[in-house]
Design a protein around this ligand. Structure first.
Ligand code: PLP
Length: 389
């Protein structure tokens, strides 16, 4: 009865089944898979921001498919503060980054069209693509002390009609970005094959502590149609507000054509509520305090991880440039599944690396935003479990 777009097998994997059992048994869990800022005491919306949602203008309905002018100007102001000139007319508001992806899949490809996606990366692309009837093909990121684009795998992935290449920077969970040469190669290949770039930069405000240079951005990309995604979830710690955006760049005619198409798609849904658009300038203005709290937390939790690595050199943390996650290398005497299940039995929730397609057994993925006391307690249990190998 149902389409092939939705999954027919709802069986959870062994780890998810065990996690459910632990939760049902009311076990106190130290959750290092938590990336929701509102659940770790970091949510960015205080009384002032909530009051902005109740402004009288929010009672009127005068929809603009791209989002209200004032809201788009607020997003342009956010980029201006980062030193990037973006015209409000080149911005389209959405209800979330996930929705931005689905709009772009529909805009750029017919059913069966191909998008290239980084691997390892965030596991949401697969179901979003399945829902829109488009196909994904991975290109590899490889680690040799730092993450690099595997150029050969990107070139190979360009076989046939590729509609777009997804780039996540900093990527989740690797925390990696493209360097200038990698970006140039990507743009050359996209130009040659008529493909667009979709750059997810939701973590772009969160460099690793101590990094001086700002994280790279594809805003202002000029050679090929480029769509940069971000939103309130990570910029302000307000995933519950349901507001994301797409910054459209690239050669003028293609950009205008894309904007018309995006506007047409957005007009069918008008999915961004008026109150959140009215409140957007106030919500974005609150980001400084939120981002400072996150940076302090990233620094505190990374210092804990460094302490663990110093005491147990058989463990390691992969080098990263930014983001909210860390990849922990663990000895291969246990499989990733055994590590993750064993830690769950000790009350610690971490994701095995294969959830993100990290190649080779021996990686765990940790969120760096949990509350520092909880993070420290979880690290102590990881240390005990590592000592049992
Ligand atoms: C890389 C990446 N992109 C997008 C999102 C989702 O953002 P949104 O809440 O705006 O859909 C996440 C959420 O964790 C993410 O990790």
């Amino acid at each position: 009865m149902l389409s092939h777009r939705v999954p027919h097998d709802h069986e959870p994997n062994a780890w998810a089944r065990f996690l459910e059992q632990c939760r049902t048994a009311d076990m106190r869990l130290l959750d290092l898979s938590e990336t929701n800022p509102t659940r770790v005491g970091l949510g960015g919306a205080g009384p002032e921001e909530l009051a902005a949602l109740a402004r009288a203008e929010g009672a009127r309905y005068e929809p603009d498919a791209r989002g209200s002018r004032a809201a788009r100007e607020a997003v342009a102001g956010y980029y201006a503060d980062r030193g990037e000139a973006v015209a409000p007319d080149h911005i389209v508001l959405t209800a979330s980054t996930s929705e931005s992806y689905t709009h772009l899949f529909r805009l750029l490809a017919d059913p069966g069209g191909v998008f290239l996606v980084p691997s390892p990366s965030y596991p949401l692309f697969e179901p979003l693509a399945a829902l829109e009837g488009v196909n994904l093909r991975p290109y590899r990121l490889a680690y040799d002390g730092a993450w690099h684009l595997d150029r050969h795998s990107l070139e190979e992935a360009f076989a046939g009609d590729v509609r777009g290449v997804i780039v996540v920077q900093p990527n989740h969970p690797t925390g990696s970005c493209l360097d200038a040469d990698e970006r140039a190669l990507l743009e050359t290949l996209c130009e040659r094959h008529g493909a667009a770039i979709v750059a997810d930069e939701v973590f772009g405000d969160f460099p690793r502590p101590g990094r001086v240079a700002p994280l790279p951005s594809l805003v202002g990309g000029a050679r090929v149609p480029t769509f940069v995604l971000s939103g309130l979830s990570k910029v302000c710690g307000m995933p519950q507000m349901k507001l994301g955006w797409i910054v459209t760049g690239g050669p003028g005619t293609a950009r205008e054509e894309a904007l018309h198409g995006l506007e047409w798609i957005a007009d069918l849904f008008l999915s961004v509520s008026t109150p959140v658009q009215v409140a957007l300038p106030a919500l974005l203005a609150a980001r400084g305090a939120f981002q400072r709290r996150v940076r302090e937390r990233l620094a505190a939790n990374l210092a804990r991880l460094d302490g663990l690595i110093a005491r147990r050199p058989e463990l390691g943390v992969l080098a990263a440039e930014g983001g909210w996650g860390a990849v922990l290398r663990v000895p291969r005497q246990r499989s990733e599944e055994e590590w993750a299940l064993g830690l769950l039995a000790r009350g610690v929730v971490v994701h095995p690396g294969h959830f993100y397609d990290i190649a080779g057994e021996g990686y765990l993925v940790l969120s760096l935003i949990p509350e520092p006391d909880l993070f420290a307690a979880a690290i102590a249990r990881i240390e005990e479990f590592a000592a049992e190998v």
